[in-house]
Ligand binder design. Structure first.
Ligand code: DX5
Ligand code: ZN
Length: 226
């Protein structure tokens, strides 16, 4: 994985057909997805359940781009090696998931993954300062994590601007997750984000049998920024 700040669209497979992940991933990559975002939920840190390392390992062979795994789980540390072995390129843990996020980020890099740090909408950026040398990506949640299709929380635009200034020249991606559409994407691109997760806005109207809407949806988000 090389670092650059170009805009990347990362479709969340939370909005794909759960019975058909392999083909959904191949279809959305063929239609222009830059990364594939994988939402792992434990029914404890967030009020929803999705999937774990075996599913990640199974879909890995269908991903040609970047496997971006968002862990909405607590605790995180006991599962890091399993997700790394499943092939995660980026492994993102929440700042709110436990008292030892510094150790968690060290362990993620130690397992050979890029380390991501996610912030809930109610979390400020003060606690990020002493983690900046530990992270390759900061994920600003623009919805409360747990579900796709929620409404974008506008207060997070200001947070991203402040975070961008704090990051300076460091090679750290700013990822936005939740409620990204052609209306909200330009706000975040202007604020300094480079990875835009989009679930419902990418997968709407399409299917494995009819994947063209995936491409139209991805291009509509990119065109809203250009
Ligand atoms: C929310 C997830 C998101 C979600 C985004 O907990 O982390 O990745 O799938 O879905 P949309 O784009 O529909 O808000
Ligand atoms: Zn996510």
């Amino acid at each position: 994985m090389t670092f650059d700040r170009s805009i990347k669209i990362a479709p969340s497979i939370l909005s794909a057909d759960f019975a058909n992940f392999g083909q959904e991933i191949e279809a959305v990559e063929a239609q222009g997805a830059d990364w594939i975002h994988v939402d792992v939920m434990d029914g404890h840190f967030v009020p929803n359940l999705t999937f774990g390392p075996p599913l990640c390992a199974a879909i890995r062979k269908h991903i040609k781009t970047v496997m971006d795994v968002h862990l909405m789980i607590a605790p995180v540390d006991p599962y890091i090696d399993a997700f790394a072995e499943a092939g995660a390129d980026v492994l993102t843990a929440h700042l709110e998931a436990g008292p030892h996020i510094h150790r968690t980020l060290q362990a993620i890099r130690g397992a050979g993954c890029k380390a991501g740090l996610a912030l809930n909408p109610g979390t400020g950026i003060e606690d990020v300062e002493y983690l900046l040398d530990m992270v390759d990506l900061i994920c600003v949640m623009t919805v409360n994590p747990g579900f796709g299709g929620q409404k974008f929380i506008h207060s997070q635009v200001d947070k991203v601007k402040k975070l961008r200034a704090m990051i300076g020249d460091r090679p750290i991606h700013i990822e936005i997750d939740g409620g990204i559409t052609p209306e909200t994407a330009p706000l975040m691109a202007a604020a300094g984000a480079d990875v835009l997760v989009a679930g419902s806005a990418v997968f709407k109207g399409g299917s494995v049998q009819n994947p063209a809407p995936y491409g139209e949806n991805i291009r509509a988000i990119k065109a809203s920024i250009a």
